[in-house]
Design a protein around this ligand. Sequence first.
Ligand SMILES: NC(=O)c1ccc[n+]([C@@H]2O[C@H](COP(=O)([O-])OP(=O)(O)OC[C@H]3O[C@@H](n4cnc5c(N)ncnc54)[C@H](OP(=O)(O)O)[C@@H]3O)[C@@H](O)[C@H]2O)c1
Length: 229
Amino acid sequence: MAHGVYPELTIPGTQNPNRPTIFLNMVSTIDGKIITGDRDQSVHDLGSAVDHATMKQVQGQAQAVIIGAGTLRATPALNYSPRLMRFVVSKSGAVDGTHSFFTQFPDQTFVVCPIETCQRLPEDLQSISFGEGEIDWDKTLEWMKRDCGIDFLLVEGGGELNAALFSLDLIDEIFLTFAPKIKLGRDVPTLGEGLPLPRGSVQRYDLISCIPVESEIFLRYRREGRSVG
Ligand SMILES: NC(=O)c1ccc[n+]([C@@H]2O[C@H](COP(=O)([O-])OP(=O)(O)OC[C@H]3O[C@@H](n4cnc5c(N)ncnc54)[C@H](OP(=O)(O)O)[C@@H]3O)[C@@H](O)[C@H]2O)c1
């Protein structure tokens, strides 16, 4: 059985009392692509067994995980520890209520969406909606922290959700695996999509660790200057 690269991982909390510490875990090809097949297909074959084991170790630091609806639609099997709360972000409301993501632990699973999306969701799904037209992330994250007691939130992509959170400078740490593969493609998704940041707003991260295992590299970054405690 493969072992992950972070046997004794701890993630320091931010000092922000209004939101969880937010960390991202993704795997990418050498040319920066985050898929192997098409966008609507799963990426189980991008990282190695070591990457999959590492993903579980990173999940071990979280109390909740959040993904974009595109990732949910692309991934028929998503297995999380029963102790994790689960959130999926959608504007359209086009989520499959019969997906195991919802049915495994319905009490601890929520759709995060703008207010008007709620009425388009399948029946019986729980939702959390702050903001009209667009999700109000400040209020959403404050609710997670204050009402759900979530101190550590893991973001697992895809590129659209990541971009929404990066654009608000909300990602405290990044765990990134480089798989020794090339995918190519101008329109193939990368770790962060959305709109480009202006030159003066380009974000810098400090390298915390860099662990090669065979031909894969496991990188860990922390947002520059982000206070921890
Ligand atoms: N390599 C990796 O580590 C990794 C990780 C995760 C996913 N992936 C792959 O990435 C692909 C999925 O990527 P994706 O481009 O579809 O991205 P995504 O971020 O998973 O999903 C995009 C969708 O999420 C919803 N969404 C995201 N941000 C939102 C926001 N701020 N407000 C409202 N809704 C928001 C929207 O859903 P609606 O359309 O419902 O409005 C949007 O269309 C899949 O192929 C998946 O396998 C790879």
